[in-house]
Design a protein around this ligand. Structure first.
Ligand SMILES: N[C@@H](CCC(=O)N[C@@H](CS)C(=O)NCC(=O)O)C(=O)O
Length: 225
């Protein structure tokens, strides 16, 4: 049987920190036990016609499964979750709420986090950066405060781990280097719980291997010629 194929960066801009959105798709595939293949694309290839037929916006990740071609990490993960057990609850209402959290993560929580990430990484040489940073941190703190209050002492957003948590943890991980996540201990523990899942660990190792050039199971110091 043909395995689904995803695309990922050939040159990982985050040096294997797992922040590119192929990691969340790998994670979903690992959670449901679906093997997959990866086609690595350069920044130039992403903007060329062959890749644009898969992704009109010239980005990663994409997902190919027979005649089906998908882009948008949320849509890909929803498709995976619908076809396999383990990422969406059986109960119809709980399933609808898991979907709600998938949308909330990318539509409500991720935008201010991306704004902050861009301000920290892409604008840090601008003279106005120190004035702008607090302005973009405030909406992030607002969202985290609200999310933290909602999560309370629960392990996951709505009962058992679901695709909603997979997306939310993936989005929050982008904040780690800012230190802001540590201001909300229950959210930092929530993210740590997500990272501790064996499926996440395998996904992280696989994307890191693209950067290090090492097979995920290769021991440290076991370098190939
Ligand atoms: N909303 C899209 C965002 C895709 C996206 O921004 N991909 C990034 C990598 S994480 C990318 O390809 N950036 C390169 C570019 O836009 O040229 C999704 O969730 O899949």
């Amino acid at each position: 049987m043909m395995l689904p194929t995803i695309t990922a960066f050939a040159q990982s801009p985050d040096r294997g920190q797992g922040l590119a959105r192929d990691t969340r798709v790998r994670w979903a595939l690992e959670e449901v036990g679906q093997a997959y293949e990866v086609r690595l694309v350069s920044f130039r290839e992403m903007k060329e016609p062959a890749h644009l037929t898969l992704h009109p916006f010239g980005q990663i990740p994409t997902y190919e499964e027979g005649a089906l071609i998908l882009f948008e990490s949320g849509a890909i993960i929803f498709h995976i979750a619908e076809r396999h057990a383990g990422l969406l609850p059986d109960d119809a209402n709980a399933r609808a709420r898991a979907l709600m959290w998938m949308f909330a993560s990318v539509n409500t929580v991720e935008p201010p986090i991306l704004e902050l990430a861009n301000a920290r990484l892409l604008e840090n040489d601008r003279p106005w950066n120190t004035q702008r940073l607090p302005l973009v941190e405030e909406p992030v703190r607002n969202r985290l405060q609200q999310l933290s209050a909602y999560l309370g002492k629960a392990d996951w957003l709505d009962g058992a781990f679901s695709a909603g948590d997979l997306m939310m943890v993936s989005v929050l991980l982008r904040l780690r280097s800012s230190g802001i996540l540590d201001e909300y201990p229950n959210l930092s523990a929530y993210v740590a719980r997500g990272e501790a899942r064996p499926a996440y660990q395998r996904a992280f190792a696989a994307q890191l291997a693209v950067f290090t050039g090492k097979h995920p199971n290769q021991e440290a110091g076991d370098d190939e010629e």
